[in-house]
Each structure stands twice: as structure tokens, then as C-alpha cells.
Design a protein around this ligand. Structure first.
Ligand code: CS2
Length: 497
């Protein structure tokens, strides 16, 4: 049936006219808020919002989400104009399916009204706070987890104006919650950080220690009232494009300016440590357990580590998307070596899981041609990602006296990416919070593969001292980098065996 596409927008008034399979699982606007989410990117909309809506649909509860954008006003405006509704389109080779999600009960733009966000965090109705703010928003040394405040966070810690950073919002929100005696709360990191629950706890504790204008009793209140469950989150959600909005428009018959698309696969593993309850996420397919650590290592080292490998090698070879990168001859075989020989040997997976099988599934997901995930999107913020995705693999292998040859290739590809040019000489952008430090180190160093390794391995924020001092690792990374510089990606992979 041909549908005439009008300019009408998605919103409460449009829900009745949506195709039945596209309607929300809960009555939109009718579920009171119980969750605050920080970070209103595509990932949140296609992951936690979907799980939470399904949990409410299955088991009820006042667990609507008030979603806060720490920076981007556009998504807040789009959602506000749509009564907080948006759609998720599932993309697979076999076709698409689009559904509107009704989990959001409100949206806020933090810079426009920071005091409202602080007040929300202090609201007794809010019992869970989730975060997808990306690695760099934590403002911690990727290698050590030490807080490294930039000027904006330093001002938030000083406390003479309303907070503008994520750590600042959490700090002032928790202080307000303690003052209001608003009861316990779980803060749940859903970012791809190592031991993300412990990282978030470390962030909050360091921020409290370094802050002015916080009551002396705040650390004790936090210790007694705030938990930090660790999680593993997984779903490949490319940044939305005009095409994403067009697909949603065709499926819904109304325009959705907050539409996202995603792969069919989704996984969420959550440590069950919620002092004031939680949505029945387990009824929505999430795994609720005592220790998410093994799941997190499995996912960060296999999926994200291999994603970064394909991103850097693909970007160097001029490939725009991850799926296109996987079509570089021999790359899938090299990634299988990485998974089987290095990643699998570096840690113990969750009971019943085999890293090699999981890795095969990951490679099949990456090859999904309907998902146009850009290599440059994965390549950005490498300084914040490489430690947990690749360097921990290397460190654990070396501690066990084993080589880490394939993981060294990923580090070499990252270093070559940092040098700023693809195999064909075209410039590659360095989008990274440590870009200036990295550029200065490279500039001061020798322009040889060994000089590049030397320069970047001296950046203690990224590479810990014992790893940097490991001659075998340096030699492997240097040899790969020399090959990549001399022969380019395809020939280097062709010669790798
Ligand atoms: C990706 C992740 O952009 C990236 O760095 O590796 O966002 C990845 O798509 C997700 O972690 C998948 O769960």
C-alpha cells in the first residue's frame, strides 16, 4: 500500500494512527517517572529506553524515564515537540521494523536548566539514575581512573555556579538528595568503561573529596545510600542520518526527528544492587546477576576490541563503514586470530560462554550490510577506549607470560591513525580529548616507527608504566607499524600469518 507522506510529526495525537505493530508497549505519558537518564544519544534510545519500556509493559511500576541531554539541545527539542516519543528501526539484511517507544516521560537540556536536573536527582520518586555519556565525560585518566578535571569541572567542584559537567551534576545532585533526605538511589553506568560500576563510584568519591561547598557528612551518606551496580551494555546503534529519519517516516507515516536505527541484537547484563528497587529489566531479556565483570570483559575485549581493530585498519585503508572494512581481504582471518589467540587467552569468560563462538557472532553482526557504522565513529576517542578494549588484553597476556602479537597490531593501527594519514595519503581526523597531548608527543618524537611507539607509550594517562616498559610488546607494535607504513593495510594483512 502506498502511503502519502505528509509533514505531520510524531506525538501523542499520532499514536492511534500508527500501524499496530509500530505502537508503544505502554500508554505514553501515563507512567510516572522513576529513572533519570543522563546522555540522550542514539544508544540510550535504542537500548535502555527499549528495555525499560518492555519491563514496564511486562511488570508495571513507576519507572518512566526523565532523560537529560548534557550538551545537545537538538534532540531535546525534537523529543519535546513529539511528547517524548521516538522510534527505533531494527535493521537487518532481511528487512526493517519500526516501533515507537513510550518509555520517556520527560526530557531536559542540562545547560539550559542545571538546577532542574539537580532537583530531579534529589526527587524521592527517582530511585535509579542511568548514564550513557561516553568514556570521556567521566574525565578520568583512562589508565588509572584518577579524576582529571578540565576547567569546567574544576568550576563545578568549586561550586560557585550551577554545574555544567556530568560529574558536577552528579555531585550537586547527590548533595541535594542527601540534604532533602530523599532516600537511596542506584547510579548505573552504561558506558563501555572497565568495571564501569566501580569507575562511577570512583568518580563520585573523588569528586566529593575534591569539591568545595559540600557538607562534611556527604561521603557517609553516599556510602550508606548510593550503589553503583556494574553493567555490560550491547547493541550496535549507528549515529542517525537523514536516511534514518526517512526510513522512520515511511514506516510511521509521520515525521520523527528523534528516530534511531539499530541492529536486531541487544544485550544487557546488570548487577543486582538497587537499594530502592528497579524496573523488571529481567522480564525484558536483561541478565541480572551478582557480577557483571566476566560479561564486561567478554564484550569490551571481543566486541569493542575487534570493533576498534576494524575501525583503525579500515580507516587507514579508506573504508567508510565497519562492514566495508570487513571486506578487506584477510581482515576477517586476522580478526579471528586476534580473538582466538589473544582475547580468548586473556581472561575467563562467563560460565557457558566460549569467546571464539561469541567472536564469530560479533563478526557476523559487524558484517550486517544494513548497519552503516562509520569507521571514524569507532576510531574517535581512542585514548579513552584502547585501554579497556586492547591494552588490558595485552597486560593480562603478558602477566601470564604469553605473547600478544595480534593485539599489538591493533595498537600499531591506532598509532598509524594518530599520525593522521590514510594509506592513500588522505588526512584522517584526530577526534580525541587527549588530541593535543598526543600531537605534542608525536611532534617532539622521532619520525620513525620506534619513535612513534616511544612517544605514545610515554603518555602515562593511556599506557601504564609496566606495559610501556615491556620490550616484547614495543617490538611487536613497532614491527607492525613499520609494515603498515611501508606496505599499507592490505599487504600487511596479506603477509600476516
Ligand atoms: C563502538 C561501540 O563506537 C564505538 O566505539 O565500538 O559504540 C559499540 O558499537 C557498542 O559498544 C556496541 O554495543
Amino acid at each position: 500500500m502506498a502511503m502519502t507522506l505528509g509533514a505531520a510529526r510524531l506525538g501523542l495525537a499520532a499514536v492511534r494512527r500508527l500501524p499496530a505493530a509500530s505502537r508503544p508497549l505502554v500508554r505514553p505519558g501515563a507512567v510516572p517517572a522513576g529513572v533519570v537518564h543522563l546522555g540522550l544519544g542514539a544508544f540510550h534510545r535504542a537500548h535502555q529506553a527499549v528495555y525499560t519500556e518492555a519491563a514496564i509493559g511486562a511488570a508495571g511500576g513507576d519507572w518512566g524515564i526523565v532523560a537529560v541531554a548534557p550538551r545537545n539541545p537538538a534532540v531535546v527539542e525534537a523529543l519535546a515537540d513529539q511528547d517524548n516519543l521516538f522510534s527505533v528501526t531494527t535493521l537487518s539484511g532481511g528487512g526493517t521494523a519500526t516501533r515507537v517507544v513510550g518509555a520517556l516521560t520527560g526530557v531536559r537540556h542540562a545547560p539550559a536548566d542545571p538546577d532542574a536536573v539537580v532537583a530531579l536527582l534529589a526527587d524521592p520518586a527517582i530511585r535509579v539514575v542511568t548514564l550513557t555519556v561516553t568514556e570521556k565525560a567521566y574525565q578520568m585518566d583512562p589508565a588509572s581512573g584518577l579524576l582529571r578535571p578540565d576547567a569546567a569541572l574544576a568550576a563545578d567542584l568549586a561550586g560557585d555556579r550551577p554545574p555544567v559537567t556530568v560529574p558536577g551534576l552528579l555531585l550537586r545532585g547527590l548533595a541535594a538528595r542527601a540534604a532533602a533526605d530523599a532516600g537511596p538511589v542506584a547510579l548505573v553506568s552504561c558506558d563501555n568503561l572497565p568495571a564501569n560500576g566501580a569507575r562511577l563510584r570512583g568518580l563520585v568519591e573523588q569528586a566529593v573529596r575534591r569539591a568545595d561547598r559540600v557538607p562534611a557528612a556527604l561521603p557517609d551518606w553516599i556510602a550508606g545510600n548510593v550503589t553503583f551496580p556494574g553493567t555490560m551494555v550491547d547493541r550496535i546503534v549507528p549515529a542517525s542520518t537523514p536516511e534514518t529519519l526517512d526510513v522512520a517516516h515511511r514506516a510511521l507515516g509521520v515525521r520523527d526527528l528523534a528516530a534511531v536505527s539499530a541492529e536486531p541484537y541487544a544485550q544487557w547484563v546488570i548487577e543486582d544492587d538497587f537499594p530502592a528497587g528497579r524496573p523488571a529489566w529481567d522480564r525484558a531479556g536483561a541478565v541480572v546477576c551478582a557480577d557483571a565483570g566476566p560479561w564486561e570483559r567478554l564484550k569490551l575485549r571481543t566486541l569493542n576490541g575487534v570493533h576498534s581493530a576494524a575501525a583503525y585498519l579500515g580507516a587507514l585503508a579508506g573504508r567508510e563503514t565497519i562492514a566495508e572494512a570487513l571486506a578487506i581481504p584477510r581482515l576477517p582471518e586476522v580478526l579471528r586470530h586476534l580473538i582466538a589467540e589473544d582475547v580468548a587467552a586473556s581472561f575467563t569468560p562467563p560460565d557457558g560462554m566460549r569467546v571464539v563462538d561469541y567472536g564469530e557472532e560479533v563478526l557476523a553482526r559487524f558484517a550486517n550490510p544494513a548497519i552503516r557504522y562509520r569507521t571514524l565513529q569507532v576510531a574517535m576517542d581512542g585514548s579513552q577506549k584502547l585501554p579497556q578494549r586492547v591494552l588490558h588484553t595485552i597486560a593480562d597476556l603478558r602477566a601470564a607470560g604469553r605473547p600478544a602479537r595480534w593485539a599489538a597490531l591493533v595498537v600499531a593501527a591506532w598509532l598509524r591513525f594518530l599520525l593522521g594519514h590514510a594509506d592513500d595519503g588522505r588526512p584522517l581526523p584526530l577526534d580525541d580529548p587527549l588530541a593535543e597531548r598526543i600531537r605534542a608527543a608525536l611532534h617532539a618524537g622521532r619520525r620513525t616507527p620506534a619513535g612513534t611507539v616511544e612517544a605514545v607509550f610515554a603518555l602515562r594517562e593511556i599506557v601504564p608504566a609496566d606495559l610501556a616498559a615491556d620490550d616484547e610488546v614495543r617490538a611487536d607494535v613497532t614491527a607492525w607499524l613499520a609494515a603498515l607504513e611501508r606496505h599499507g593495510v592490505p599487504a600487511t594483512l596479506a603477509g600476516a600469518g
